[in-house]
Write a protein that binds this ligand. Structure first.
Ligand code: SF4
Length: 392
């Protein structure tokens, strides 16, 4: 894993310094396949936000963005990342000796997840005087309609036309098919990796998943991601064969909804472990399962896959989705993490926990955040989680 991510960032760094190569910035559920198929190296600022959170560097960078006019109430990936840029620091320096994030030749965002990404990318477009393109799909949809797919397919076609003069050649349709095929293979393997947690005791936890998910976010459409997940799956199967439990005395199985608290992965993991509870499934890790990709119909299938994501759906869909996960993964209770700065990925605000309770599923809400640890109380969360685990 370390080598996969190291090579990915060193390659990006080299591309940014090479006038012959082009770097595209893309949102985490943006059309990375189109960018890769056209020959761009692809960088994901949200991944950088997560690194800033996990290393807790964001505690120093969020206030810088706040002091420069970005509210503490908005996405703390955005404020962590913009603050880091303003401060001139990146965790890539300590991790891989890279002095700055790769400068973009093009910025491409997709508002399928939220509109914060638009403000975020627009900041950099102005800062670097770089072209920018936004995909604006229908949002918060109860079901998938053909006109939505047609709409987003047309937007992808427009994007390709926009990108061709920047990269200097037309899109090769065969290359796009191959890239989508690689994405499909990687995402299928990733889904199989996550499904290994259906086994009792589970060989992995949600906290492991937040680390294992790196390649499916940043290396979709590459052979590297496929190979990584083949290895990981084989390793997990071996662990199951050896009866290796991620939580030694697993006797409660938990579902995690919402974002990870990146700066508290270890301590939260320890709390569950000490209470013999394994967090076996999550909305977050499953957000990069795109079973609709079809190499024979690349653009329309990408449109469908990227519209369909959990975050872009209504509460009726979300309720049924979580209830199905509870059934399939033999879950005893659901933890909702209400992220202060990301209402888009927090599902506790519109009565969803209570609706699940009415279906016989125990739920709890903990307040926190993905990166801003000022919004997270260790004491309160520990007390709440321990009391919840005791009652179930
Ligand atoms: S979905 Fe939430 S965490 Fe992700 S970019 Fe949007 S506001 Fe930030």
């Amino acid at each position: 894993m370390t080598n996969v991510m190291k090579d990915y960032f060193l390659n990006l760094d080299a591309a940014a310094k090479d006038p012959e190569r082009k770097v595209a910035w893309c949102t985490s559920v943006g059309p990375a396949e189109i960018l890769r198929a056209m020959g761009f190296e692809v960088y994901f600022p949200e991944n950088h936000g997560a690194m800033l959170g996990a290393t807790r560097v964001s505690s120093d960078t969020i206030p810088v963005a706040n002091a420069n006019g970005y509210s503490p109430e908005i996405c703390s990936y955005l404020t962590s990342d913009v603050g880091a840029y303003m401060k001139g620091i990146t965790p890539l320096t300590k991790a891989f000796g890279i002095t700055e994030v790769p400068r973009p030749d093009i910025l491409v965002y997709n508002t399928n997840q939220c509109k914060d990404v638009m403000h975020w990318f627009e900041y950099y477009a102005k800062e670097f005087d770089t072209p920018i393109f936004g995909i604006h799909p229908p949002t918060n949809i109860p079901d998938i309609r053909q006109q939505y797919i047609d709409d987003v397919t047309r937007q992808f076609e427009e994007l390709i036309t926009f990108l061709e003069p920047i990269i200097g050649h037309p899109l090769d349709p065969e290359k796009l098919k191959q890239t989508v095929a690689l994405s499909l293979e990687a995402t299928t393997l990733w889904s199989e990796v996550l499904d290994m947690a259906k086994v009792r005791p589970s060989p992995l936890t949600f906290f492991d998943g937040t680390i294992y998910m790196g390649p499916i976010v940043v290396l979709r459409g590459t052979q590297i991601a496929v190979d990584y997940y083949k290895n990981l799956l084989a390793e997990l199967k071996q662990k199951v064969a050896e009866n290796h439990a991620a939580v030694k005395k697993e006797n409660k199985r938990i579902y995690w909804d919402g974002m990870p608290v990146w700066g508290r992965l270890r301590s939260l993991s320890n709390i569950f472990d000490e209470n013999d509870a394994c967090v076996v499934a999550s909305t977050y890790c499953n957000s990069w399962v795109f079973s609709d990709f079809d190499p024979e119909d690349p653009l329309a299938s990408m449109a469908r896959a990227y519209i369909k994501i959990f975050i872009n759906r209504n509460d009726g869909f979300k309720e049924n989705y979580i209830a199905d996960m509870v059934r399939d993964f033999h879950i005893d209770g659901v933890v909702f993490m209400a992220a202060r700065t990301c209402p888009n990925n927090s599902n506790a605000h519109y009565n969803l926990p209570r609706k699940l309770k009415e279906r016989g599923i125990p739920t709890i809400i903990i307040d926190g955040d993905l990166c801003d640890l000022r919004c997270f109380s260790d004491e309160q969360s520990t007390t709440l989680i321990e009391a919840f685990l005791e009652t179930i």
